[in-house]
Design a protein around this ligand. Structure first.
Ligand code: IPE
Ligand code: IPE
Ligand code: MG
Length: 246
């Protein structure tokens, strides 16, 4: 009881009028959630997709500017084919539904990662969401799909080198380098949330996370909800960001 009360109180402490600009989430723990219930891992991914829908809607409703989620990493291809296909199928379903609602909901979408290797159908849906997103302002949801932080940095380095060779780029500095990342134009995440209790970044936003505040909770992603979001935000609001200063 005591603990429950404390947790509830912390959620209420979140000041939603002073939100961070950008929250990023490593949507982890789907497999364990399913295993706990004696279900196949794919059921965990389906539940995780629902959680994503609810959390993204909440973020839009409270006026968050940027939400970035890690949906599939460059390392997740190591998983069994059936599991990968199930994840891609869920993405397909989600995007198809989202396309009909984006403009009304004022949710813009962008994808970080190498989407060129995805199925033609998924690529088409991704292009459509990008096109719709150009028509209005609103909450921007970045979906990291076939994304790896190291891969992103190597690609950026290659693209810069190409431009430099052509005489199309100046000497390199941090600002110029950032313009070659998938996240070009997006402010760095203020807060990175990792459900499922793992204390690692797993190749997520390696460049952008330099000064992000990290928040880890044991709650598994399918069990995550708006109260967990508020708890993370309340914890963030108690942090003292120094950026190397005093
Ligand atoms: C996160 O959940 C989803 C993806 C990585 C695609 P997991 O599938 O990694 O769940 P756990 O970590 O095995 O519980
Ligand atoms: C990170 O989770 C990737 C996503 C959530 C998409 P993983 O489950 O792949 O990470 P590890 O293997 O536990 O580090
Ligand atoms: Mg995992």
């Amino acid at each position: 009881m005591g603990l429950l009360f404390k947790a509830r109180k912390r959620a209420e402490e979140a000041d939603l009028s002073a939100l961070p600009r950008h929250i990023a989430i490593i949507m982890d723990g789907n497999g364990r959630w399913a295993k706990k219930r004696g279900l196949p891992r794919t059921a965990g991914h389906a539940a995780g997709a629902e959680t994503f829908r609810r959390v993204a809607t909440w973020c839009k409703d409270v006026g968050l500017e940027y939400l970035t989620v890690y949906a599939f990493s460059t390392e997740n291809w190591k998983r069994p084919r059936e599991e990968i296909e199930a994840i891609m199928g869920l993405l397909d379903k989600y995007l198809l539904e989202a396309i009909g609602r984006m403009e009304r909901d004022r949710v813009r979408m962008r994808f970080f990662g190498d989407t060129s290797v995805l199925s033609p159908r998924l690529r088409e849906l991704i292009e459509k969401t990008a096109e719709i997103s150009t028509h209005f302002e609103g909450c921007q949801v970045n979906i990291c799909l076939n994304y790896g932080g190291r891969d992103e940095i190597v690609r950026a380095a290659r693209a810069y080198a190409e431009d430099f060779k052509k005489g199309a780029a100046d000497d390199l500095n941090e600002e110029l380098f950032e313009s070659y990342l998938y996240s070009a134009g997006v402010p760095d995440p203020d807060l990175i949330i990792r459900p499922s209790g793992e204390y690692r970044l797993s190749n997520f936003l390696m460049w952008q996370s330099a000064y992000s505040e990290l928040y880890v909770t044991d709650v598994l992603w399918p069990d995550f909800d708006q109260n967990e979001m508020k708890r993370a935000i309340a914890a963030y609001q108690r942090r003292n960001r120094r950026y190397g200063g005093i």
